[in-house]
Design a binder for this molecule. Structure first.
Ligand code: FAD
Length: 323
């Protein structure tokens, strides 16, 4: 499949990129291109102008200090997956990067592109020929959602691997825009609205991910059809931190693949925190967590199957994190 025609620019600075993005309605950012170019080939995104970020210096780094960890938005997933420092101190981040697609996606794909990837749906991620048999869906600019035809909302699903791991660690992001720089918790980047999944304002660019020091245990598990080249059917990140009295101080459960953004199961976290950790509590945590996710028929897997696998995966993860 060929790409549609577009203008191409390589800005010299982040400010210039933000200005170009803000001033041109048909412009989009390109990082590794492993998500965007596929969507362009499918003609579900038809930008007039592409602003390639890869030429920008200084956005490709992994640094850590007492204050925490910083990763530049243009750092590749391969660099993250193979970083000895991450493997030693923030293994869940390296683990999640290793789970993305296949080697080609990891070597081209960036952290920023992964966090900002488009939501997915079986009615959206299709060729023009496939989609041509019916009017466009809400996400593709039409008026109807074929997943919930009576609704007026887009239910496309967030399927990224990096966001749950980083949200579980309490990550913050830095964004550059026309009005300067702002920071926000990564979980607030996601609107949970399938039509416009990201809370980025016009001209805003994700610049850096910051992770505060984490002394607890963390784990990322992913359920998918094949061992590689697959988005999650459902995946989850766990983080648990205890105080000196061995009481749970922080407990986080964050899913991907089961909602229009990464989903934190906050009520299940409370049950986990209240403990004690035994078979009964694990059952209760899983029972509650599957009530907090809302998988839709946006892939070949039914919502019932996704819920069931989410519960199984969570029970497995809770056992593994304490083993
Ligand atoms: C076959 C296949 C399998 C895949 N499997 C997985 C998988 O298992 N897990 C997974 O998470 N992903 C998967 N992907 C999606 C994609 O490869 C990854 O998410 C990748 O990390 C995207 O990064 P990128 O740099 O290539 O993004 P790009 O394609 O360059 O960009 C993606 C989106 O993010 C925006 N963007 C990029 N950088 C920024 C920034 N700094 N600030 C604001 N917006 C930005 C772009 O405008 C675009 O809309 C898969 C893709 C394919 C084709």
């Amino acid at each position: 499949m060929r790409l549609p025609a577009f203008d191409y620019i390589e800005p010299k600075t982040l400010k210039e990129a933000a200005k170009r993005l803000a001033s041109n309605k048909g412009a989009v950012l390109l990082a590794g291109g492993t998500d965007l170019l596929v969507n362009m080939k499918h003609r579900v995104i038809m930008p007039k102008q592409i602003i390639h970020l890869k030429a920008l210096p200084k956005l490709q780094y992994i640094t850590s200090g007492k204050e925490g960890l910083k990763i530049g938005a243009l750092t590749t997933l391969h660099e993250i997956a193979t970083s000895p420092m991450l493997k030693e101190r923030w293994n869940i981040i390296a683990q999640a990067a290793q789970e993305v697609g296949a080697y080609a996606h990891q070597s081209m794909g960036t952290l920023g592109g992964n966090l900002c990837q488009e939501n997915r749906c079986r009615f959206f991620n299709q060729s023009p020929f496939w989609r041509g048999v019916r009017p466009p869906c809400l996400k593709a600019g039409g008026k109807v959602c074929y997943v919930v035809p009576k609704g007026n909302k887009c239910y496309s699903t967030y399927c990224g691997d990096m966001a749950p791991a980083l949200i579980a660690l309490g990550a913050q992001i830095k964004i550059e825009g026309m009005e300067g720089e702002r920071s926000l918790p990564l979980k607030k980047l996601y609107t949970h609205n399938g039509k416009k999944p990201l809370a980025l304002k016009k001209g805003e660019i994700l610049k850096e991910v910051f992770v505060p020091p984490a002394s607890g245990k963390a784990l990322y598990l992913k359920w998918r059809v094949r061992e590689s080249l697959e988005f999650p059917i459902v995946s989850l990140a766990l983080y648990v931190e205890k105080d000196q009295k061995d009481q749970i101080k922080k407990a986080r459960i964050v899913f991907s693949g089961v909602g229009s953004g990464p989903v934190e199961a906050t009520l299940a976290e409370r049950i986990w925190k209240a403990g004690p950790l035994n078979e009964q509590t694990i059952e209760k945590v899983a029972e509650q967590a599957v009530k907090e996710i809302s998988p839709m028929r946006t892939s070949i897997h039914s919502p019932a199957y996704k819920r069931k696998m989410a519960g199984i995966l969570l029970k497995e993860a809770l056992k593994q994190i304490y083993s």
